[in-house]
Design a binder for this molecule. Structure first.
Ligand SMILES: Cc1cc2nc3c(=O)[nH]c(=O)nc-3n(C[C@H](O)[C@H](O)[C@H](O)COP(=O)(O)OP(=O)(O)OC[C@H]3O[C@@H](n4cnc5c(N)ncnc54)[C@H](O)[C@@H]3O)c2cc1C
Length: 386
C-alpha cells in the first residue's frame, strides 16, 4: 500500500466497517454508556467479522494485516459515532507486542482470543509520580525462584475491569548492576494483590479509567513477555501502534462531529439562507475537514512505515500523526458544537460531551507538549530544557 492512496482492499474494508458502524451508531453507544454498560454486541460482531484482529498474524486467528488496517477499523467506527477504545490497547499494543516478542505458548494462549475479541487485554504504563516521564516508572519486578513478584502503582489505566489481563510495564531489579530495565508482564485481572479503584472521570465513555495497586503480585515465569534485556525496544514496538491508533480514534471522532455539524448547517435557516451559507460557519468547517484529512495522511504514513518494519521512521511519524490528529479533532469538535448554537449543548444532539472526549487525544498516550519536545530535540536538534 502506498500511504497516499488506498488500495481497493482498504477501501472495501473501510466501507464494510462503516456499514457496521452505521448499523450501531451513536445512539447505541450513548445508551450503553448511560446504562453503565459496554458496547459488547458491537465488539462481538466486529470480532466475528475479523475486524478486531485484522492486524494480528493469520496463523493465530488474525487477519494477517497491519496497523494500517486496524486504524481503518477504528477510524470508521469512530466516524459512525461508536468507537471502540479497547482497540487501541488490546490488539494494537498488547497483540502486537505478543505477536512480535511473545513465546509460542503466549501467542497460542492470547492471540486467537485477542483476534476474535473473546479476550481483551488492557495496557498499563502511566504512574502517578512519573506521569509523562515514563523513564521514571518505579513498578518493580523481583525474581523469587522462577516466579516474578511485582510491586507498584499505575494510574488512568483504561478498561482494566473488562480486560482478562493487563500488560503492565515494570522494571526488573538487576542484581549485578543495580540498574533498572523496563519489562512487560501479563497480569491476570484477578491476580492476588492486584487492586483497582475506578477514577471518577468527567468523561462520557464506556471504557473506565483505573488506579491500580500491585502489592506483592506473584506471577509465573511465563508472565514476562519477551526478553528482559530488550525492554525498551519491545515497549516501543507497542507504543508506536498506540500513537497511530490514537490518531485514528481522534480522526474518527472529528469526522463524526464534523458530519453532524455539516448536516445541521445545510438545514438550519434563521435569516434567508441556511447558516452553512455564511462563510463564518462554512470556512471553519472546511478548515476542520482539511486538517482531519492532513492528519489522516500522516497517520497513513506512520502505519505504512510501521507495517514495513521501520520502527525508527514510524516513531517520528506516529508522534506527528498523533499530534496532528489530536489538534484537528479538538478543533473539529469545537467548531461542530459552535455550529449547532444552543443545540450544540443539548443531550438530544449529543455533541457537547465530545468536547471533553476530544481532549483525551491531546493528552494521551503522550501529550501534545511531549511530542513538541520530541520533534524539537529529535527532528530539529534543538537543546533540551529538562
Ligand atoms: C482517558 C484517558 C485514558 C488513559 N488510558 C491509559 C491507559 O490505558 N494506559 C496508560 O498507561 N495510560 C493511560 N492514560 C494516561 C495518559 O497516557 C497520561 O495521562 C499522559 O501520558 C499524561 O501524563 P499525566 O496525566 O501524568 O500528565 P503530566 O505528565 O503530569 O503532565 C501534565 C501537563 O504538563 C505537561 N508537561 C509535562 N512535562 C513537560 C515537559 N517536559 N515540557 C512541557 N510540558 C510538559 C504535559 O504536556 C501536560 O500538559 C490515559 C489518560 C486518559 C486521560
Amino acid at each position: 500500500m502506498s500511504p497516499v492512496t488506498e488500495t481497493d482492499e482498504h477501501k472495501a474494508l473501510r466501507s464494510a466497517v462503516a456499514a457496521l458502524g452505521k448499523r450501531y451508531g451513536r445512539a447505541y453507544l450513548t445508551k450503553a454508556v448511560a446504562e453503565g454498560g459496554h458496547p459488547d454486541e458491537l465488539w462481538a460482531e466486529a470480532g466475528k467479522l475479523g475486524y478486531l484482529g485484522v492486524n494480528l498474524p493469520e496463523e493465530y486467528g488474525g487477519g494477517g494485516g497491519g496497523i494500517a488496517e486496524l486504524s481503518i477499523v477504528l477510524e470508521e467506527l469512530g466516524a459512525a459515532g461508536c468507537p471502540l477504545l479497547m482497540l487501541v490497547v488490546s490488539p494494537a499494543i498488547c497483540g502486537t507486542v505478543i505477536a512480535r516478542f511473545g513465546t509460542e505458548e503466549q501467542k497460542r494462549a492470547w492471540l486467537p482470543g485477542l483476534s476474535d475479541g473473546t479476550r481483551t487485554m488492557a495496557f498499563g504504563i502511566t504512574e502517578p509520580d512519573a506521569g509523562s516521564n515514563s523513564h521514571r516508572i518505579t513498578t518493580t519486578a523481583r525474581r523469587d525462584g522462577t516466579d516474578w513478584v511485582l510491586n507498584g502503582r499505575k494510574v488512568f489505566i483504561s478498561g482494566v475491569d473488562i480486560a482478562d489481563a493487563t500488560l503492565i510495564v515494570g522494571r526488573t531489579e538487576d542484581a549485578r548492576t543495580g540498574s533498572l530495565k523496563p519489562c512487560l508482564f501479563i497480569v491476570p485481572r484477578d491476580a492476588e494483590g492486584f487492586g483497582r479503584r475506578q477514577i471518577d472521570m468527567e468523561l462520557s465513555s464506556a471504557e473506565k479509567q483505573f488506579e491500580l495497586t500491585l502489592d506483592e503480585v506473584r506471577l509465573p515465569a511465563d508472565a514476562l513477555v519477551g526478553d528482559e534485556d530488550a525492554g525498551l525496544l519491545q515497549l516501543f514496538a507497542g507504543l508506536n501502534p498506540e500513537r497511530v491508533m490514537t490518531a485514528a480514534f481522534a480522526i474518527g471522532m472529528g469526522r463524526y462531529a464534523l458530519s453532524r455539524a455539516v448536516e445541521y448547517a445545510r438545514e438550519r435557516t434563521v435569516w434567508k439562507a441556511p447558516i452553512g451559507a455564511h462563510q463564518a460557519i462554512a470556512h471553519p468547517l472546511a478548515q476542520a475537514h482539511i486538517e482531519l484529512e492532513l492528519a489522516r495522511l500522516m497517520m497513513q504514513k506512520a502505519a505504512y512505515l510501521y507495517d514495513e518494519g521501520d520502527d525508527i521512521g514510524a516513531g517520528e511519524a506516529a508522534n506527528m500523526a498523533k499530534y496532528a490528529a489530536g489538534e484537528a479533532c479538538v478543533r473539529a469538535v469545537d467548531q461542530a458544537v459552535h455550529t449547532l448554537g444552543g443545540n450544540g449543548l443539548t443531550r438530544e444532539f449529543g455533541l457537547a460531551s465530545l468536547i471533553t472526549a476530544a481532549r483525551v487525544s491531546r493528552i494521551a498516550p503522550v501529550s501534545r507538549e511531549m511530542i513538541l519536545n520530541y520533534v524539537s530535540h529529535q527532528t530539529l536538534g534543538l537543546p533540551k530544557s529538562y
